[in-house]
Design a protein around this ligand. Sequence first.
Ligand SMILES: *Cc1c(COP(=O)(O)O)cnc(C)c1O
Length: 445
Amino acid sequence: MPKSVAKKPRKTVKKSAVEFAQAPAPLKLATLCIQAGYSPKVGESRILPIVQGATYKYEDIVQVNRVMTLQEFGYKYTRTGNPTVTGFETKINLLEGGAGAVATASGQAATLLAIASIVRAGDHILSASTLYGGTFTLLNSTLKKFGVTTTFFEPDAPTREIEKLFRPETRILFGETIGNPGLTLLDFDKLSRLARKHSIPFIVDNTLATPFLCQPFKHGANIITHSASKYIDGHATSIGGVVIDGGNFDWTNGLFPEFTSPDPTYNDVIYTQKFPQSPFLFKARAQFLRDFGACLNPMNAILFNLGLETLHLRMPRHGENARALTRFLAGHREVSWVNYPGLDPKSKKRIQQFFEHENGSGILTFGIKGGIPAIRRFAQKLKVAALVVHVGDARTGVLHPASSTHAQLDEKAQRAAGITPDLVRVSVGIEDARDLIADFDQALG
Ligand SMILES: *Cc1c(COP(=O)(O)O)cnc(C)c1O
């Protein structure tokens, strides 16, 4: 039996483990959105500067050695850290209330970093089935080739059903706050209790909720991942991701020897001893970014930082517009059903329990009568909204997941992910809702 279970989730916002500049705490979310992550000294740039560079100067080989062997923090090569990227990491970490963050080249890289920093061949993952298509194929197919297997469960299944799926080699419990595109909201209490009971980390993909709507560390998550390409960017300019360490998991419980034994590739550092506040974060940065190389570039970091500055203004508007469009679609004769979190009793309860605002992001789904020909016609006729493989943009976009993001899944797996053949996903933007309603009305004909 592992000697201890995960520590209790922390309630307060903690300062970043990797400091570029610190905002005075505690600040409210809107202020953190704008100012966190960078505080200039006299005469320096008021806004986070772009440090567009690959490498950093040193004067003594002893200094370089100390940085390269993790004895001292310092930028060495942009693959493992860059001041502009740190500014973005610090801000999103403070918004989520974590112990530190690592930015990555994409949301997919963020998921891979979180997982690959924990498991090795022979290990097992338990994941909610309500997943983004790329995450499903990563878990179900690609990781399997490296000897890491995943069992998927229906997130609303009773505890005892999910419990049966745990194995001695299970090392991660994974789920999305708001499943993309099934829109199932996770029962954090149930899942975090299960993860704690089995002494394994609970990883939450918080992409569609963002820390504005939901802060999973308050509800027992240990690691949060994001595709920054969605609401964090908010304007569809860039691809990127980020992983945030809650600093609230006990890696010394006996199940994770890579955290508690010497790493010969870094001068025999023992992550839990050297970095007791956030061993996961330091191991992830040191090993994954060095060896897999999927780092975020400074230009994209500056765009994500800019996107976060208006997150607290955009998210309420996305929600209002989604509600207005949902109400309109619910009354339309060509529409067979509409789903928007917050407008049905079950998801409303979850929002009240786990969300910071009574709002379900900008994503809604609906069914069109008349099968594929009707869906094609609808997509072709849209003038304000557009057919795009993306969500979280200021512009409204629609997609037919069964033939696109989830086309690689068979019908059974599609249904488990919450996708029916008639499902259309709408990422409602921040335009005037009246124009969106008029556009959908003419396109549905
Ligand atoms: C888009 C998305 C991803 C993948 O992110 P990329 O930035 O496209 O690599 C992962 N999870 C969710 C929920 C997403 O919506």
